[in-house]
Design a protein around this ligand. Structure first.
Ligand SMILES: Nc1nc2c(c(=O)[nH]1)N[C@H]1C(S)=C(S)[C@@H](COP(=O)(O)O)O[C@H]1N2
Ligand SMILES: [Mo]
Length: 382
């Protein structure tokens, strides 16, 4: 049993003890052989995917990064129900079975934590020291949120939907992970309540039995263990909506004094690519070496991936694979021909349909959000 399997067993063990959860139909059994995840925190549980495990269009569920602020709830002890109310004419609840009788939609989408890459900012920042792998790509299946909102009859004054999960704060003083989404994004046909991830029932650590999926937007919007949806006039109260996940409208250096009006909520991801093979630090043979990776953006789609070997050489195009699709990612590759032994740095950058290209490094921001600096492969040919 490797370290992560042990960790998942422990996590599962805490939840599985007792009688109720054994019959929890959406619990995915822990597999014996899994790739290692990088443990960033155990309480709460924050696990990072090694970038080499992102070397395919789909990120397997058991290799998908985990980000939780509180504890994993003891789902399955009672039947799940999703309550939808607030500014609605016909508030009601849906069971998991009832939800699955509605039209099912499957959407491939990138889930990325807004703090992915925080470890690369200078000066350094507090918070989870994510490097490359607080991101993954899955096919999410579930019902459209708009379908539920129409069925409850959302009222004219509803401008936000408040979202609450079942994850319990460890102490009475710890705030709940209460979030809200503007109504326009809630009504977007791509916003889902997912019950399946890559064709399997949504795993507990990823919010099973149901979570929000907001293609194109950062992970903080993708509420896990979704239990309650309330239509409201205003944004959700509380620190996770009012203070967290906000960025200066324009870059502000360390120590800058910012007014609340200088900050805007994080929504769409920026354009980004990662090199997934060969692994950083590899020793390669002279000749043809295939370099591969993934590229994505939040708004629009990736139009171009380029590479450069060494600081002064021109950018050359990589081959983009698959179809462009908003919120999804594309794999890319190129053959790198090198005759000369030596030490090399290969850089890769993506450009999206808004004309945005990855910068050498991302402007510092006080929370370390949205790092999208150009990825580098350091290797030796000999
Ligand atoms: N209920 C709940 N939902 C949550 C969170 C949480 O702590 N509690 N964390 C959010 C954040 S910040 C991220 S990045 C994603 C991570 O999803 P994953 O663990 O499936 O990768 O879940 C989001 N949804
Ligand atoms: Mo996150």
């Amino acid at each position: 049993m490797n370290r992560r399997t042990a960790l998942r067993r422990t996590v599962g063990g805490v939840l599985v003890c007792g009688s109720g959860i054994a019959s929890f139909e959406t619990h995915t059994p822990v597999q014996a052989e899994e790739a290692e995840l990088i443990v960033r925190n155990t309480r709460p549980l924050d696990l990072e995917t090694p970038v080499t495990a992102l070397d395919s269009w789909i990120t397997p569920n058991d290799q998908f990064f985990v980000r939780s602020h509180l504890s994993t709830p003891a789902v399955g002890l009672s039947p799940w129900s999703l309550q939808v109310g607030g500014l609605a004419d016909r508030p009601r609840a849906w069971s998991l079975v009832e939800l699955q009788k509605l039209e099912q939609v499957k959407i491939p989408a990138v889930l990325q934590c807004s703090g992915n890459g925080r470890a690369y900012f200078r000066p350094r920042l507090p918070g989870v020291q994510w490097e490359k792998g607080a991101v993954g790509h899955a096919e999410w299946t579930g019902v459209r949120l708009v379908e539920l909102l129409e069925r409850v009859g959302y009222q004219r004054g509803a401008a936000h939907v408040h979202l609450l999960g079942a994850d319990p704060p460890p102490t009475p003083k710890t705030p709940q992970f209460l979030r809200s989404l503007p109504i326009e994004r809630a009504l977007d046909p791509n916003t889902l309540i997912a019950t399946h991830m890559n064709g399997e029932p949504l795993p507990l650590l990823h919010g099973g039995p149901m979570r929000l999926v907001v293609p194109g937007w950062t992970g903080n919007h993708w509420l896990k263990w979704l239990r309650q949806i309330n239509l409201a006039k205003d944004e959700a109260p509380g620190t996770y909506q009012q203070a967290g996940y906000r960025m200066p409208r324009s870059p502000a250096p360390p120590g800058a004094v910012l007014k609340p009006t200088d900050l805007v909520p994080l929504t769409v991801m920026n354009v980004k690519s990662l090199i997934t093979a060969p692994a950083d630090g590899s020793v390669l043979k002279p000749g043809k070496n295939e370099v591969r990776g993934v590229a994505w953006t939040g708004d629009g789609h990736v139009t171009k991936v380029e590479y450069a070997v060494g600081p002064d050489s021109p950018w050359k195009p990589a081959i983009l694979q698959g179809e462009p699709r908003q919120g999804s990612w594309r794999t890319w590759k190129f053959d790198w021909e090198t005759a000369q032994p030596g030490a090399y740095v290969v850089r890769v950058r993506a450009t999206d349909s808004n004309g945005e290209t990855q910068p050498e490094s991302t402007a510092w921001n006080r929370s370390g959000y949205l790092w999208n600096g150009i990825d580098r492969l350091t290797c030796e040919v000999r």
